[in-house]
Design a protein around this ligand. Structure first.
Ligand SMILES: [Zn+2]
Length: 402
C-alpha cells in the first residue's frame, strides 16, 4: 500500500512534496496508466470511459447481477496531498488483490472507478466524472474556463475525448452499491484517538452572493447615528451567522470573500458585496439553515438601513448514507480489531453523487492534524493499511449477496 502511494505521488510530484494532477492533464492520465496496469495485471478489464473515468471490472455472478462499485479519484488540487482520493483507488486495488489471494469468489461483479475531476479546481466543475457516470448532464459545463483561458470543452478535446459523448459514461443502472475509502481531511479521528470513521452523512452546501447598498459619505462629518454603512451590515451578518452555526450541531457558516466600495479610508462604505457558504449534514438542518440565512440578512439590512440583494448561487443537498451499509462498515472495522466511530463528512465526495442513486458507504482513516489539500497531508501506513483491510472486509460481506 505505502509503496503504491509513494509511486503515485511521483506522478505530478513537485519539489515542495505536493502533487499536481489536475483534471484532464497528462499527469492525471499517467496516473491512470499506472493504476490501469495494476488492475490489468490482476485480471480486471480496464477502460477509460467517455467521461474520462478510469474503470476496472472484475466480472462475476450471473448475467444482470448488479456490480459493487469501489471508487474515489486520482485528480488533485494544485500542489495537493498524496492521499486525498488516491488512497481510495489504491486501497480498492489492494483490497481486490487481497480477495484474489484468498481465492474469494464474488457472487456479483466488482468495479473499481477513479472518477474524473472530483476536485473541480481547474474548471469549477467538481464531481464531473461521477456526475456523468450517474447519468447527470455534464455537457453544459463545457464553456467553463481554467486560469489559462482554456475551456473545459477544449481541454476534454485536447485529451482525446468529446464532451458531447460524455453522457455515454452513464452506467449507474448496472451498479447496486458504492463504497469509498477516503482520508478524513479533518482532525476528529486523530483527536479522539479512533482508527476508523464510519461516515453517516455527507455535508450539503448552500452558497449565496449578497449585495448590501447603503450610502457612501464623509467618514468625519456623517454622524454615527445617520450612517448607512454597508460594511458594518456585512460584518454583523458574518458574526450572527457564526453564532448561529456555533449554536448548532455539525453546521458551519463562512463569509470568505468581501469587497467594499468606494474603498477609501475616509469614506463610509456605500456598497458591500460578499459570499456566504453554509453547510449541514441533514436535510432538516439544511432547510432550517436556509431560513436562518434569509432571516439574519433581511433583519440586519433593515436595522442598518441597507438595501439588500440575496442571490442563491450554489446548492448541493446533504446525503444521508445507507443505514445497512453503515452497520456493515462497523462490523468490518470490528472484525479487523479497529476502533471506530460514526461521523459526518464535512467535505464533498464522489459518494455524494453516486450515493443518490444506490446505497453507499464511506470509510475514513485519520488525517494528521486534519490537514488536506496540501503537501503536509498525511495518514500513517498503519491507518491506510487498516482502512484497506476494512474496505476488503466490507467487500467480502457485500460481494456474497446479489
Ligand atoms: Zn477527495
Amino acid at each position: 500500500m505505502s509503496e503504491s502511494l509513494v509511486e503515485l505521488a511521483r506522478i505530478g510530484g513537485g519539489a515542495d512534496g505536493g502533487v499536481t494532477r489536475v483534471a484532464w492533464s497528462p499527469e492525471l492520465f499517467d496516473a491512470y496508466a499506472w493504476a490501469g496496469e495494476r488492475m490489468r495485471t490482476m485480471g480486471l478489464e480496464v477502460e477509460i470511459d467517455l467521461a474520462g473515468n478510469l474503470i476496472g471490472r472484475w466480472p462475476a455472478g450471473r448475467d444482470g447481477s448488479s456490480a459493487v462499485l469501489v471508487g474515489s479519484h486520482l485528480d488533485t488540487v494544485p500542489s495537493g496531498g498524496r492521499f486525498d482520493g488516491v488512497l481510495g483507488v489504491v486501497a480498492a486495488i489492494h483490497a481486490v488483490a487481497l480477495l484474489k489471494e484468498e481465492g474469494f469468489e464474488p457472487a456479483r461483479p466488482l468495479w473499481i472507478a477513479a472518477f474524473m475531476d472530483e476536485e473541480g479546481t481547474r474548471f469549477n466543475a467538481a464531481l464531473f466524472g461521477s456526475r456523468a457516470f450517474a447519468g447527470e448532464d455534464v455537457t453544459d459545463l463545457g464553456e467553463r474556463v481554467d486560469a489559462a483561458g482554456e475551456s473545459l470543452r477544449e481541454a476534454v478535446a485536447a485529451a482525446g475525448f468529446d464532451l458531447d459523448q460524455a453522457g455515454a459514461a452513464n452506467r449507474i443502472g448496472e451498479v447496486g452499491a458504492y463504497l469509498e475509502l477516503h482520508i478524513e481531511q479533518g482532525p476528529v479521528l486523530e483527536a479522539e484517538g479512533v482508527e476508523i470513521g464510519v461516515v453517516t452523512s455527507i455535508v450539503g452546501l448552500r452558497g449565496y452572493r449578497v449585495r448590501l447598498t447603503g450610502e457612501a459619505n464623509h467618514a468625519g462629518t456623517t454622524p454615527m447615528g445617520l450612517r448607512r454603512d454597508a460594511f458594518v451590515g456585512a460584518a454583523r451578518i458574518a458574526l450572527e451567522l457564526r453564532d448561529a452555526a456555533r449554536s448548532r450541531e455539525a453546521v458551519t457558516a463562512n463569509v470568505g470573500k468581501i469587497a467594499v466600495e468606494p474603498g477609501g479610508a475616509n469614506v463610509v462604505p456605500g456598497l458591500a458585496e460578499f459570499t456566504i457558504d453554509v453547510r449541514a449534514t441533514t436535510t432538516a438542518d439544511m432547510v432550517e439553515l436556509e431560513a436562518v440565512v434569509g432571516e439574519i440578512v433581511a433583519r440586519v439590512a433593515e436595522e442598518e438601513g441597507l438595501e439588500v440583494d440575496l442571490l442563491a448561487s450554489f446548492s448541493l443537498d446533504p446525503l444521508e448514507l445507507d443505514p445497512d451499509y453503515i452497520d456493515v462498515v462497523e462490523r468490518a472495522a470490528a472484525d479487523e480489531g479497529a476502533t471506530s466511530m460514526r461521523m459526518p463528512s464535512g467535505a464533498g465526495h464522489d459518494a455524494m453523487i453516486v450515493g443518490r442513486h444506490v446505497p453507499a458507504a464511506m470509510v475514513f482513516v485519520p488525517s494528521r492534524r486534519g490537514i488536506s489539500h496540501s503537501p503536509e497531508e498525511y495518514s500513517s501506513p498503519e491507518h491506510t493499511e487498516l482502512g484497506m483491510r476494512v474496505l476488503a472486509g466490507v467487500l467480502r460481506q457485500t460481494l456474497v449477496r446479489d
